[in-house]
Design a binder for this molecule. Structure first.
Ligand SMILES: *Cc1c(COP(=O)(O)O)cnc(C)c1O
Length: 339
């Protein structure tokens, strides 16, 4: 095998040795099997291809200074995948099956787990899709659950550095009673056009507003949004956002730091009052935001100085990443050792 340049790994797919799969048929899950192929053969009339019966998850494995391999709150990913599956009429992946598949996928690809101190991690992607020949709009009878892994570098090449975002009034990612709170591919499809336009105009991503009133902040592209002011961590409460495990953890750490935590609708107008704002998710942990452009009202909100992330965002980021790699004590029992 050619040596992987861990320090310059992009956030992109790199083939590994194998993936783990399990089929659901006749109302029951079968046995876990290991596949060395990166390809799957499925029926062309599968519901995942036509009617969006597809849910996924994303988590990471981290190597600690002690050489041990850690997972961060995988049970939460398992719960969320069950919730997403129910939302699009798919069978839930039992917790034990989820655990076994994730552990096997990681352990069987051990040589692809980036070492401690490189900033790189092993990204784990559980995926559940509807299979089988169906033409009418209905749920499939057969499903495939699979887990593949791929080593990734830091999400943002520039590291923990602020980015610019643009509010979109042209597009919605999800409707209030739609699928926004499920991790389904359809939500991502709905966000691609706005993402492309954001990139073309020099922004890292779009800030989506609530679809009904176009007045409150929903999500920051594929990540949750938070703002900090007066020693308070504030994050939107909305039926159409994906409950981020990173955000859930940051809320806890903010509380541990003595901050107040508020989860409530966040009006766009409030952006002018925040001291720090950011986006959060597994991929980047925290993406500090330097500037938010509101094209509808011709205004620009700016944060921080000297292109530096704010002090509280920085502390939260350092604390969470330190727990993930084992540098900080795991007071909340968030870490599982794969080995
Ligand atoms: C996955 C995802 C997030 C982040 O969730 P984490 O559990 O923190 O990784 C946020 N928003 C959307 C839309 C997502 O799909």
């Amino acid at each position: 095998m050619t040596q992987i340049d861990w320090k310059n790994l992009p956030f992109a797919y790199l083939p590994t040795d194998c993936n783990v799969q399990c089929n659901y048929k006749n109302g029951a899950w079968g046995d876990i099997r290991v596949s060395e192929s990166e390809y799957i053969t499925i029926h062309m009339a599968s519901t995942c291809l036509h009617y969006g019966q597809e849910v996924f998850e994303g988590l990471k494995a981290y190597t600690g200074a002690d050489g041990k391999i850690r997972l961060f709150r995988w049970e939460e990913n398992s719960k969320r995948m069950s919730n997403s599956a129910k939302g699009v009429l798919m069978p839930e992946v039992p917790r034990e099956l989820f655990r076994e598949a994730v552990y096997q996928a990681v352990l069987r690809n051990k040589r692809f787990i980036p070492p401690y101190g490189t900033g790189a991690t092993l990204y784990i992607r559980p995926l559940l899709i509807g299979l089988g020949p169906e033409v009418g709009v209905k749920a499939a009878r057969e499903y495939l659950f699979m887990v593949f892994v791929t080593p990734v570098g830091p999400y943002f090449k520039t590291g923990f550095a602020p980015v610019d975002m643009m509010i979109t009034y042209k597009y919605d990612r999800a409707a209030p009673l739609g699928t926004g709170s499920y991790k389904v591919g359809g939500n991502y499809a709905a966000s691609l056009l706005s993402l492309k336009e954001a990139h073309e105009t020099g922004f890292s991503t779009t800030l989506f507003l609530d679809a009904k009133h176009k007045k409150y902040i929903d999500e920051a592209g594929p990540a949750n949004f938070f703002g900090i002011k007066n020693q308070t961590y504030i994050t939107p409460d909305s039926k159409s956002i994906l409950p981020s495990i990173t955000n859930m953890s940051l809320m806890q750490l903010a509380e541990d730091m003595g901050l107040k935590v508020e989860r409530r609708p966040v009006p766009v107008d409030e952006l002018s009052t925040f001291e720090e704002v950011g986006a959060c998710g597994t991929a980047a942990v925290i993406t500090p935001i330097r500037k938010i452009v509101d094209p509808e009202h011709n205004r620009i909100f700016e944060y921080g100085s000297d292109n530096q992330p704010g002090p509280i965002s920085t502390r939260l980021y350092q604390h969470l990443t330190a727990i993930q790699t084992g540098d900080s004590a795991d007071k909340h029992g968030w870490i599982s050792f794969v080995e």
